[in-house]
Design a protein around this ligand. Sequence first.
Ligand code: TYD
Length: 202
Amino acid sequence: MFIVLEGIDGSGTTTQLDRLAERLRAAGRRVVATREPSPGPIGLLLREILRGTHANPDGTGLDGRAMALLFAADRRDHLTREIEPALASGADVISDRYLLSSLAYQAVEADRAWVEQLASGVREPDLTLLLDVDIAVAAQRRTKAGRPVERYDADGTLARVAENYRRLAAGRPNIVRIDGTPSPADVEQAIMRELEALLAAR
Ligand code: TYD
């Protein structure tokens, strides 16, 4: 299975990825847990850019379409280097963010049709779980966790990202929206229910 967790910054994808990996391993499955931006060279560069380490010489941030191309390049590298070989070896792959992040975030700063075109032909996950939380709740969680402020963290931006996520999830059976507001244990249970349904359908 190729499973992806998505949501705005502070929605709990990283917490739930760890829990999901543990649950699947406890059930005897071999799991490769990964994330995007990936641990590869383009992913590392992206993380630095997101933190504002590489501003342009005039102090402005990187152009939105350049960001979209970097995320797409990182995904291609991540797929070739890690995801495809792991799936081919029979492991489950679970990823903290993937294609839907690009469709939701990059559509805020670049033309949506162009962003969608860039995403076409990329391997689709078997299931994408969208953790849906209010932007104020997500902001509180980021502050509490002491996370540095990054490129997309402004409330106005995240409100548009959240709207994009909801639009993308609507009517697509392989994208499931889960309320990310309850306790981590309750969200974990909701995720496990979706996975059990997927396994039963296979
Ligand atoms: P995040 O996943 O929150 O990682 P960390 O916990 O290390 O800060 O941050 C990644 C950021 O990158 C987040 O703001 C979403 C953004 N992003 C995109 O805009 N497009 C993408 O395709 C991906 C994978 C991430």
